[in-house]
Ligand binder design. Structure first.
Ligand SMILES: *[C@@H]1O[C@H](CO)[C@@H](O)[C@H](O)[C@H]1NC(C)=O
Ligand SMILES: *[C@@H]1O[C@H](CO)[C@@H](O)[C@H](O)[C@H]1NC(C)=O
Ligand SMILES: *[C@@H]1O[C@H](CO)[C@@H](O)[C@H](O)[C@H]1NC(C)=O
Ligand SMILES: *[C@@H]1O[C@H](CO)[C@@H](O)[C@H](O)[C@H]1NC(C)=O
Ligand SMILES: *[C@@H]1O[C@H](CO)[C@@H](O)[C@H](O)[C@H]1NC(C)=O
Ligand SMILES: *[C@@H]1O[C@H](CO)[C@@H](O)[C@H](O)[C@H]1NC(C)=O
Ligand SMILES: *[C@@H]1O[C@H](CO)[C@@H](O)[C@H](O)[C@H]1NC(C)=O
Length: 265
């Protein structure tokens, strides 16, 4: 090459290299931006399709990250939906749960939502808190709830849910709060509940749960509050239950336990 090793040549090569690099970065980030825009448009459309935000769009802004009850991350993807006590009516399934891959917090406490909990709830793989308490939800708890591997709090109190407590609930290893009171849940308490090693609060009051308490309930070493009143639980109270638990609150009344409270308490 004519210009081999000359300084001018080096400069030209460096310049070309720098230009190409910049171009690549530019193209990559433009691609990223268009991916982000497309993703956040899907989220915006899903909010609109629910019909829940009609009166919750301040100054008519098209930026859904500024709508009531919405928080987005820096890339414009929704991480929080909080519409508690917002007088929402209609089916919970009107919100398309397949559209919020980055959602961490969903609170719809005390509305008038009806219908069942859709199995698509399982696609909210980043969810840490799910609050659907004080609504009018029917049907069963979908087994897909077990896919919410990052869940810390699950609150389904005060609905009309029926069927069993799915054993998949035992997959929620980070769960600290599990509230299923005041529904129509029946069947036994699944032994998989013993997998919830950091569970602090378990409340199952006022359902139609039956059978004996699983021995595995003794694995819940972090439990602070346990309430199961007003079910038809029977059999003995497992003595494992009170070993090295930190229980400060325990209520088991209005059941059919047939043993005395174990000495270990
Ligand atoms: C594009 O996005 C990916 C993943 O979101 C990220 O790792 C990468 O650094 C981004 N590229 C640019 C140029 O912003
Ligand atoms: C809100 O936006 C819609 C569509 O962009 C427009 O038709 C309407 O006039 C706007 N309303 C107000 C109050 O700005
Ligand atoms: C929900 O969103 C997903 C992903 O965008 C889509 O494939 C599906 O058809 C939507 N479902 C409904 C009922 O709109
Ligand atoms: C739920 O919201 C209604 C108003 O929509 C209110 O009257 C009621 O007290 C709330 N329930 C609870 C338990 O706070
Ligand atoms: C719940 O649903 C039942 C029957 O569908 C209805 O009678 C009741 O009014 C609803 N309750 C609320 C709080 O929406
Ligand atoms: C007991 O639970 C049933 C539902 O299984 C409910 O209707 C009833 O009000 C509850 N009773 C008390 C005292 O909470
Ligand atoms: C308590 O109930 C269990 C199962 O329902 C039964 O196997 C056991 O014999 C009963 N124990 C007493 C002391 O009645």
């Amino acid at each position: 090459m004519a210009c081999a090793f000359s300084n001018t040549c080096r400069a030209v090569i460096v310049f070309i290299w720098a230009a190409l690099t910049l171009l690549t970065v530019h193209v990559a980030s433009a691609t990223n931006i268009s991916i982000h825009v497309a993703a956040s448009e899907t989220e915006r459309q899903a909010l609109l399709n629910s019909g829940w935000w009609k009166d919750r769009i301040p100054h008519n802004t098209s930026d859904h990250c500024k709508w009531v009850g919405i928080i987005c991350d820096y890339e414009g993807s929704i991480i929080l939906i909080d519409l508690q006590e917002s007088n929402i009516k209609g089916e919970l399934g009107r919100l398309n749960f397949s559209c919020f891959p980055n959602l961490q917090y969903l609170d719809l406490w005390n509305n008038s939502l009806s219908g069942s909990i859709p199995s698509q709830i399982g696609s909210l793989s980043n969810l840490k808190y799910l609050g659907l308490d004080q609504n009018n939800l029917t049907g069963t708890i979908p087994k897909e709830i077990g896919s919410l591997r990052n869940l810390v709090g699950l609150d389904l109190n005060s609905n009309n849910l029926n069927g069993i407590i799915p054993k998949e609930i035992g997959s929620l290893r980070f769960l600290e709060v599990l509230e299923l009171s005041s529904n129509n849940l029946n069947g036994i308490i699944p032994k998989e509940i013993g997998n919830l090693r950091i569970l602090e609060d378990l409340s199952l009051d006022s359902n139609k749960l039956s059978g004996v308490l699983p021995q595995e309930i003794g694995n819940l070493k972090s439990l602070i509050s346990l309430s199961m009143t007003n079910n038809t639980l029977g059999g003995p109270i497992p003595s494992t239950m009170f070993r090295s638990m930190n229980l400060k609150h325990l209520s088991l009344g209005f059941n059919q336990f047939n043993s005395t409270i174990p000495r270990e308490i």
